[in-house]
Design a protein. Sequence first.
Length: 173
Amino acid sequence: MRRVIVIGTTGSGKTTFARTLARRLGLPHGEQDAWNHQPGWQAAPPEVFRAQVGAFTAQDAWVMDGNYGKARDIGWARADTLVWLDYPGHLVFWRVLSRTVRRVVTRQELWNGNRETLRGALSADSPVPWFFRTHWRRRRETPVLAASFPHLTVIRLRSPAQARVWLNHLPGG
């Protein structure tokens, strides 16, 4: 396990999990959201985003989190392990809702100067509506997508408790 991609629906805790995993394994961590969300919440042009994913995954070993289909062919092809945080909908909904409220209230900077705002949190593309559009669809589609990358070891973690146990069994855990 030297090249790991961590996926899961918005709010599942991909980045937190991936950072912890990277620390445990002593590997660099890459966050696709940071590469995609340019200043002013502008999406990076596909060629720029793909170049960043390509440069990061060209390293010998890494942990990267993100679900972006526009570079799946790069990251998943170069990974040896896919960790899927497939948590129940009610848990992920609560996490994404509470995270969004916390970020709006604290004005926490996310990526490239971007901050969540109340107006943004109420928009159709904000994390809460995105959760409803993607959570159950990803549950259906991920096994099919993973099967198209047969070299990957797929680790499907269905609860935060299961994820903690799995992490604790790793070296340094």
